[in-house]
Design a binder for this molecule. Structure first.
Ligand SMILES: Cc1ncc(COP(=O)(O)O)c(C=O)c1O
Length: 344
């Protein structure tokens, strides 16, 4: 049963046709398992074309897996990982980062999902003090869980702060494509050249079925990651089907096209709902998420027709997300339904 159109998450979109086709094309004859196959080599090559030959690329199945395995690899259990209080790491990974790394997560308050160096600075007092977990990694999410985007200079600032103080910078890029489309800069500019050490690159929210990658820009840091990935249960035997998904996304810039489209749909939605008096947009609409408050009664009515999440029940804030498959007609229909539910 699938009666409702979803504005809940880009995770709810189907697999993109081209991705399915690529998986089907890969589904022919035998291929060596565990990534020693031509599809994996090709997909790795495509990523290296975007991010440089030195990038160390590891395909995985889930975003949580990429985040956690990557962080586990570059930390010891007495370290601390610093992130925003809105981070997926902190809120939506069921404690996996803490369980699998043994590290303490230090969450910093953030109104828009972003954190900055001045918030982190006081935590450096703990360095060298054996009673405190030792700050080791700063993890930022790009695009953030609130749909906002770190601008290039913000990434560079936090990266140079990290470097200056012996910390690593991890970027949770479950929606990196949406951020790249929003900033309109080459992927390498906003990651490698901006000073990111470790990137979780998301394909799943961008039209793939289960395709995530972990990318180390600091090659030394990746040493031994083949073992960590296996121990983290993210080494898929039939890897060709994961790699084929990436190849499809990187062919003809489908990954960017999908993200640009999803972002555009969110912009249109935001533009339309600005006219509705009882609806207030609560975050900058920079990617494919629109956060709004609206009367509780209107939410209830709307949820009879559409699937979406209540983000914060205390102030009736909801999240509406678009995806590569959202159409302008979907937006028109949704806006009409919002107006009706709001009595306008
Ligand atoms: C910001 C962010 N990071 C990571 C993930 C991890 O995704 P998965 O559900 O594939 O583990 C998500 C998924 O919603 C996400 O929104």
């Amino acid at each position: 049963m699938n009666p409702l159109k979803s504005f809940a998450s880009d995770n709810n979109a189907p697999v993109h046709e081209a991705v399915f086709r690529a998986m089907k094309e890969a589904n022919s004859g035998d291929a060596i398992g565990y990534g020693d196959d031509i599809h994996t080599m090709a997909a790795e090559q495509q990523i290296k074309e975007l991010l440089g030959r030195d990038a160390s690329v590891w395909f995985m199945l889930t975003g949580t897996g990429a985040n956690v395995a990557g962080l586990a690899h570059i930390t010891r259990p007495y370290h601390a990982i610093i992130c925003s209080d809105k981070a997926h790491l902190e809120n939506d990974e069921c404690g996996a980062p803490e369980k699998m790394t043994g590290c303490k997560l230090i969450r910093l308050p953030s109104g828009d999902g972003k954190i900055n160096a001045s918030q982190i600075y006081p935590l450096l007092d703990s360095i060298g003090f054996p009673h405190h977990a030792q700050p080791r990694v700063i993890s930022i999410t790009q695009a953030t869980e609130l749909g906002t985007v770190y601008q290039l200079d913000e990434i560079k600032k936090i990266a140079s702060f990290a470097r200056e103080h012996g910390l690593y910078l991890h970027m949770d890029g479950a929606r990196i494509a949406n951020a790249a489309a929003s900033l309109d800069v080459p992927l390498a500019e906003m990651t490698k050249h901006a000073g990111v050490d470790l990137l979780s690159f998301g394909g799943t929210k961008n039209g793939a079925m289960a395709a995530e990658a972990l990318i180390f820009f600091n090659k030394e840091l990746s040493e031994g990651f083949e073992y960590t990935r296996k121990q983290s249960m993210q080494l898929m035997s039939k890897m060709r089907y994961v790699s084929a998904q990436f190849s499809a996304l990187f062919s003809g810039d489908l990954w960017l096209e999908n993200a640009r489209h999803a972002n555009k749909m969110a912009r249109i939605l935001a533009g339309e709902i600005k006219q509705i008096r009882s609806v207030t947009i609560t975050q900058k609409v920079e990617t494919n998420a629109v956060f709004v408050t609206l009367p509780a009664k209107a939410i209830e009515k709307l949820q009879r027709k559409y699937f979406f999440y209540i983000w914060d029940a205390r102030n009736h804030e909801v999240r509406w997300m678009t995806a590569y498959n959202t159409t302008e007609k979907d937006i028109d229909d949704f806006v009409s339904a919002i107006k009706e539910a709001a009595g306008e």
